[in-house]
Each structure stands twice: as structure tokens, then as C-alpha cells.
Design a protein around this ligand. Sequence first.
Ligand SMILES: [Zn+2]
Length: 218
Amino acid sequence: MKLEISEKFKKLIVDTGKELYKQNLTLGTWGNISVLDSETGLVYIKPSGMDYNDINPEDIIVVDKKGNTIEGLRKPSIEMPMHLSIYNVRKDVGAIVHYHPIYSSVLAVTGFSLPGICEDFVQIVGEKVLCAKYALPGSDELAENAVASLGNRNAVFLLNHGTLCVGKDMKEAMKVCYVVEKTAHIYILSKSVGKCRIIPEEDIKIMQDFAKKSYGKQ
Ligand SMILES: [Zn+2]
């Protein structure tokens, strides 16, 4: 059986890369993006070492969940093991964005976690974001550490490195990217003003239930 390749997903990777760049959420070639086609089980991923502004749909690599190239002439992102490990463990995830933004990287270089201090954050990201143990970029160890610290939340920091966000689709994953970076910014600034209040666990639970079941639904 020949698996159908979707041009729509290739274009999504190209467009999302340009958006990350335009919004100053990453620099040059750094970071990587992938999307899962739930119908075929194929993953579309950014090529390694290419500037976001130079990537065209034909540069996108299509792989299966074991990392075998199905289509594409370029080398996939070196963080492909991290992307595939997440898709293999988190069945609710359909898109992954790994980026190198300023404020969440401040937390990622200190090894701090980001607590649940803002309502939008606890609703769509999780009760907190943890920092994964250090491992070299592209290593299987980094993939394992990222999966462990991501847990069932939608973002994780990578020590001395950057941030990774997930969502059921690319729109959600990008929303998580913006909210994590905004919350990290607020958290760091709040430290210069005083102590910030962390939202109590029971309130977080209520907000998460609301976001899942009712928010934005007719
Ligand atoms: Zn990176």
C-alpha cells in the first residue's frame, strides 16, 4: 500500500517556521517543527540546518514513526528522535514545535520550572512546566529526558537549550508556544516586583476541566 503524502502538511511546516522566525521566537536555523498525519501515521518534519526563510515544501522530509524516510531528499532535523519519541508516547499530540525563545530559555538555562501563575497557561499548557535533564542535542538521551519531563503537560524546557511545545494540531502547539513564552516573561519580571501567587491546585483543575469541556464551544 502506498501511503499518501499530503502537500498541505508540508506547507504547514514551511508557514509555521516563517511565523516562528517573524515573531522572534527562534533564530536562523534553530528549532524544529513537525506534524503528524493521523490518517497515515506519517510525520512531516523540518530539514536539518536550513534557514526558515529558505525552506520550501519540497524540502520537508516525511518519515514513518520509526524514522525511516518515506519522502524527501534532505536530512531530517537532528531532533527527530525527540519528536518521534513524543508521538509514540503521547497519543493526543499531533504537532510539535521546538524553539529557542528568550524568556523561556532564561528558565531553561537555570533549570528552573515555570509554575502555574497565569490562567491561560494552566488551562492550555499544564499546572507547570518542568526542565528536562541535560543531554546533547539530537541524542536519544535528550529524547528520553524530554518525554520524562513533559509528562502529560504540553511544554517542557530543555536544559541549556530551549523549549518544546506540543498540541493536538499545529494551531494548538503554536498557541502553547506563545503562552509559555509570555508566561515565562511575566514570571521573570514578577520576580523583580515581589513574590507571585501560584494558582492553587484545585482551581487549576477546575479551569482545566472548563477549558477541555466548555470553553469556546457552542
Ligand atoms: Zn534546539
